[in-house]
Design a protein around this ligand. Sequence first.
Ligand SMILES: *Cc1c(COP(=O)(O)O)cnc(C)c1O
Length: 420
Amino acid sequence: MSFLQRIGGELTLEGVGLESIAERFGTPCYVYSRAAIEGAYREFDEGLAGIPHLVCYAVKANSNLAVLDTLRRLGAGFDIVSGGELARVLAAGGRADRVIFSGVGKSRGEMRAALEAGIRCFNVESEPELERLDAIAGALGKRAPVSLRINPDVDARTHPYISTGLAGNKFGIPHDRALAAYLKAASLPNLRVIGIGCHIGSQILDTAPLDEALDRVLELAQSLAAQGMKPEHLDLGGGFGIRYRDEVAPDIRGYCEALAKKLSSAGYQVMLEPGRAIVGPAGMLLTRVEYLKLDKAKRFAVVDASMSELMRPALYGSYHEIVEVSERGAGAPQRFDVVGPVCESTDVLGTDRALAIEPGSLLAILSAGAYGMAMASNYNTRVRPAEVLVDGARALEVRPRETIESLFSSEKRIDDAPAR
Ligand SMILES: *Cc1c(COP(=O)(O)O)cnc(C)c1O
């Protein structure tokens, strides 16, 4: 994260000191860099500049309205996976005609809301979904724009929990069923078939599987064209990996430029759906050391953040770099497991980390802008943290820390609960 710099021994984001952010907003606290989000988006957008394209940010990675607002102002589209995300995009000022709707389980209500809003496209993942969408569009007197999500059966070579393009997976329409599904879609009166897409997984570091998937999609697009059903757009999904530890992230601009070159005369609009690559490196979780437990076989640093705020290490065994915000004090580094207060043995944020810390030290858990706050829960009745967007010299509180009362304000004691 190039917007992260150490100045006079203190870690800063866009030049704003992180100690002062922690003092103002408390800990734990998510902090994002607006410039980093914008810079990452432009890698995609400028890389594809040679061809018609729409970069649809995958909202689920980080759905804070300020993040969506930042991207909307740059002309981004949005890839949503629920009616809730549609409502967020609209609340952030996003345009419905730049929204594409992915996901295997769209409900009737979600379809209705998206049709009424006038979204750009439904990425349909099964034949029963085609039928449901056709019926709902018909009832509303509309024609639903659809693209089929094809499962290209390529191995994204990433973590099995975040690999989505293999045959044995719940996502997409099997490659060998695709033509039949297109014929079916074309036969339904209230659908308008406009695209073809795929999304093979997340945290992809090697772009060869993406190229393979593109070839499969292109092949299919050509067979469709031969049958008079040439799609208007190709959607190649998201999944671009980032550096958490020592990974080499793909060169996004270079990948997009090569893509634009390859498709320059193919006559399609190209869509991508990046989430992690846009917000992941742009965010961090600030946390303070509460206690050092030194009397066990291992040394533990107990911090005020936990798996409730950042679930990725507990869920996927993910690695996040953890660094001291201030280099002052605390002597020579020693090895610690960094753990939270939650009552689960999986509540570990990092193992065996060399840190020079004492109680009260501030730590930054890096590359936490994607699938961090978006996956946070209230487990152990913990309030979700504040979110702060650093924008040049300003630090904007784009979501205040929750209050404890708000966590149970809609719950009822037995005598107060209405019987239904
Ligand atoms: C999750 C998801 C994305 C975004 O994935 P990243 O790894 O965050 O880029 C894009 N498209 C679809 C359909 C998704 O489910």
